[in-house]
Design a protein around this ligand. Structure first.
Ligand SMILES: *Cc1c(COP(=O)(O)O)cnc(C)c1O
Ligand code: SF4
Length: 479
């Protein structure tokens, strides 16, 4: 592997303004912005010694980072390192926390065990086995969704699809199962460390199109990953062009693309070889009468500050794509109302639509990132009341649990009992959506599985039906 291009040494990191060659005046004058295009190159755990900015960490901290990177996936790139992370604020900088491994992400015992193997130069196979053992303790298969959500046609599973909610089918193209960088908190972490049996991927497009053609109640396709924007435009076109041309797919009105590329590699839409082709493809789908939604993932307003991300947003909007924004609430990254207020306001100002706030999932480095449900609810409330109605399109905080997306509406005392007020935003049975229900208050609860029905009830209103779905007595998705 060649060295990363900037020289190690004491000189300051390239300033965050590196991409901002253009002044506001030039922008106003309508001149074509100039964005020096650098080629995307992934930096992985084996490149940690080649990142000059890490030299400001102590030797112990660098070692700790390698210990964690042996267990949890690490991937970053020069844009994130040179333009997003504020190295003067490390380790507290939220963008640093988003991509770089931290000691606290492993339990102390697991950390020491891995550190010990590395110090005594244990064999690669011993380290690999040790890492596997630790990963198995981190709930790598959250919510057991695989079995429940994979659709079948004539008892054959359809590769690369998930169909949990009636109107939306998720599609996992095989070429889109990695990302421009990895989020340390990602619930898909296991697939990035090569746990291949976790991957739900599509090897070809026909299964997708045939399945959708046979399901007229599906209005939305959600292309997801990994990050599908890692794919070349030509591959995207192969999957998406039939939606422009094929009358069998006319009922699929909304094409959504889930991506964090606006944060991790905005050049995908500005300056990459096939950036213009991508914009033209999206424009063609819009012109065919479809709604194209970029489901963007932003955790912090600092991701929205570079000139290149702003240009990428402008170009996507220019071709008629709507950008909706969603993110989990995470300790160390965005655990405060102020961060959300500023992020939602900034999103609205840039013409994007706040969509979901999620609760961090029960997997991976959850001990490091999780926040009690009550606090998550208070952070949401503390933010929503200060923003204008244009930002109140956001819903949440929402838990993507096995029965559905469950919103925490409030913590209140009702009839002398302190309870969580919950509501389905999405359900395996659409009849569940919108109905409030109540769980007993638990100050430590961080996930839906921790909650018990309130008021001495034995079960929630959907429990029997949900159990029937799990046991296969009912279809897992109601149509
Ligand atoms: C969130 C989600 C969707 C989309 O839900 P919307 O509320 O329509 O955005 C679809 N499928 C799965 C499995 C999801 O988790
Ligand atoms: S970009 Fe998305 S899929 Fe990729 S690591 Fe981050 S959260 Fe996970």
């Amino acid at each position: 592997m060649s060295k990363v291009p900037s020289e190690p040494g004491n000189e300051p990191a390239p300033s965050p303004g590196m991409m901002s060659l253009q002044t506001d005046e030039e922008h106003l004058a309508g001149m074509a912005p100039v964005f020096p295009s650098s080629r995307y190159k992934a930096l992985s755990a084996k490149h940690l010694d080649e990142i000059p900015q890490l030299e400001r960490l102590s030797a112990d901290d660098r070692f700790a980072m390698k210990v964690v990177a042996n267990v949890l996936p690490f991937r970053s790139n020069r844009y994130v390192i040179d333009n997003l992370i504020d190295w003067d604020r490390v380790p507290d900088d939220p963008l640093y926390q988003i991509t770089f491994p931290q000691r606290g992400m492993l339990e102390e015992g697991d950390f020491l065990h891995m550190a010990d193997m590395m110090r005594r130069d244990a064999s690669a196979s011993e380290i690999k086995a040790g890492a596997h053992e630790i990963r198995e303790k981190l709930n790598p298969h959250p919510a057991g969704q695989r079995e429940l959500n994979i659709p079948k046609v004539a008892h054959e599973t359809v590769q690369g699809l998930q169909h949990k909610y009636r109107e939306t089918v998720l599609f996992f193209p095989s070429q889109g199962q990695t990302c421009h960088a990895y989020c340390t908190f990602c619930f898909r972490w296991a697939q990035f460390v090569g746990d291949n049996n976790l991957k739900i991927v599509a090897k070809e497009a026909d299964g997708l199109h045939d399945y959708l053609a046979a399901h007229p109640d599906v209005s939305d396709l959600l292309v997801t990953g990994g990050d599908p924007m890692i794919m070349k435009t030509a591959v995207f076109a192969h999957y998406l062009e039939p939606f422009v041309e094929d009358p069998r797919l006319a009922h699929v009105q909304d094409i959504r693309i889930g991506t964090k590329s606006l944060t991790f590699w905005p050049s995908r839409f500005v300056g990459d070889d096939d950036a213009d082709d991508m914009l033209r493809l999206l424009e063609k789908i819009v012109k065919a009468g479809k709604h194209v939604a970029i489901m963007a993932h932003f955790n912090h307003w600092r991701e929205l500050e570079t000139a290149v991300v702003r240009e990428a947003i402008r170009r996507l909007r220019d071709v008629g794509a709507v950008i909706r924004c969603q993110a989990p609430l995470l300790a160390h990254i965005n655990d405060s109302s102020d961060v959300w207020i500023r992020m939602w306001e900034e999103e609205v100002r840039l013409g994007m639509i706040p969509y979901y706030m999620f609760v961090e999932r029960d997997t991976g480095a959850r001990n490091y990132f999780e926040v009690p449900l009550e606090r998550t609810c208070r952070v949401f409330q503390g933010a929503i009341k200060y923003v204008s109605g244009l930002a109140r399109t956001v819903r949440g905080p929402s838990m993507s649990a096995t029965p559905g997306k469950i919103e925490i509406q409030d913590v209140q005392e009702i009839a002398g009992e302190k309870v969580f007020i919950l509501r389905f935003l999405q359900g395996r049975n659409p009849d569940w959506v919108g109905r409030p229900f109540y769980a007993a208050y638990d100050p430590k609860a961080t996930w839906f599985d921790h909650l018990k029905p309130a008021f001495g009830q034995e079960k929630f209103f959907f429990t029997d039906e949900f159990n029937a779905m799990v046991e296969g007595r009912w279809p897992a998705t109601r149509h």
